[in-house]
Design a protein around this ligand. Structure first.
Ligand code: MG
Length: 377
């Protein structure tokens, strides 16, 4: 096929695709992987939250997430990416970024997903959530094509899937108590703190339950002495670990805190890639992995591997997302020490069904790829 004809075929295959990425195409990108090209599409979905969701970073009644589909050979893979406000990522910005490489993705060989995703990572700096959407769609497609669930592709036992916490966002004591009662089925809760109301929040939680708690300060404290005092008080309240007590940049201060408290400290906002993990070892006991932060399943798996090799603990978490992202993360959960995969439980209009949660235990779907099903288009 001549180059011009190939472009015409690809343009036809990528219905609705813009040709913004055309100038960046390389001949090796145009090699067809199998019969014909793929179709890649991207859209934004609005996920309505059950409760107003507040952390130290934002407060909202809904979240817009990026949804992609990759179809080839009669098989469709689904992916999702939730842009992270802290990194100036929006769903619309992610959509524009992916539209600029739509043709490249549609025309690339999906079996060379490592190369394709590494190329997209270079082309889309700062767009890890958008990259995650592509990674998920390719992994879903690949698993369906092979006829294996993602957990099996990684050699994992679904019976080892983790028990997830249920997150309680920052709210008034009255609403906090109501949320804790609604989470009665979960053996562990994750409490968002990091504001002046922390003690009132914990008091409200403890007036309802004695369950073990995990706490996330989302970089909310900036004074290391105060952080030590708060963490030691939290420990006395039955808190078993703390996420990101200080801003990510305060690594040395976090190391100082670590030597003065007894519960493990986890890096979330401080950890984005496998390459950063060795530098965090002195300041943190563990890392929080999220697909939207890592750029997808493959980099998340690398981060888990590196952290474990360094003797660090691992937690897999998520943003507010549909069952698409949460199920994808749940496939890796047999590898981690802790899971915080409740993003889909926080929304009222989940477009997918996938992982189920029974008394906190993640039940992985026994279907190929991510094992999710589109229930609301
Ligand atoms: Mg966190």
């Amino acid at each position: 096929m001549k180059r011009r004809e190939l472009f015409q075929t690809l343009a036809a295959a990528t219905a609705g695709a813009t040709l913004l990425g055309r100038g960046a195409l390389e001949p090796q990108d145009l090699k067809s992987g199998g019969s014909g090209g793929g179709i890649f599409s991207v859209r934004v979905r609005r996920l309505e939250l059950r409760h107003l969701w507040t952390t130290t970073m934002s407060s909202s009644a809904y979240r817009d997430t990026l949804h992609v589909q990759y179809s080839r050979d009669g098989i469709t893979g689904y992916g999702e990416g939730a842009g992270i406000v802290r990194y100036q990522q929006s769903a619309l910005g992610g959509q524009k970024a992916l539209e600029s490489v739509q043709l490249l993705i549609a025309s690339a060989d999906p079996w060379r997903f490592e190369k394709l995703l590494a190329d997209l990572d270079r082309r889309l700096p700062g767009q890890r959530a958008a990259l995650a959407a592509v990674d998920l769609a390719l992994m879903d497609w690949m698993g369906k094509k092979l006829g294996v669930p993602i957990y099996r592709y990684f050699g994992l036992d679904p019976a080892d899937a983790a028990v997830t916490t249920m997150s309680i966002g920052i709210d008034t004591p009255e609403v906090t108590r109501q949320k804790v009662r609604e989470a009665a089925d979960f053996p562990f809760l994750k409490i968002k703190v990091g504001l002046a109301s922390d003690e009132a929040t914990l008091d409200a939680v403890r007036s309802v339950t004695k369950k073990p708690l995990r706490v996330d300060a989302n970089e909310g404290w900036t004074n290391k002495e105060e952080a030590v005092r708060k963490i030691n008080w939290l420990e006395s309240q039955g808190v078993e670990l703390i996420e990101q007590p200080l801003p990510a940049r305060m690594v040395e201060e976090t190391r100082w805190i670590r030597s003065r408290v007894h519960i493990p400290i986890f890096a979330d906002e401080a950890c984005h890639s496998a390459a950063e993990i060795p530098e965090l070892r002195e300041a943190y006991d563990g890392i929080v992995i999220k697909l939207d932060k890592s750029g997808g399943i493959l980099e998340a798996h690398r981060q888990i591997t590196v952290a474990k090799a360094l003797g660090m603990k691992t937690m897999i978490g998520c943003m507010v997302s549909s069952s698409c992202t949460v199920t994808a993360a749940a496939h890796l959960s047999p590898l981690v020490d802790y899971a915080d995969l409740d993003g889909h439980l926080l929304i009222a209009n989940d477009p997918f069904s996938g992982v189920r949660v029974e008394k906190g235990k993640l039940i992985l779907p026994n279907a190929s790829g991510l094992g999710i099903r589109l229930v609301k288009d």
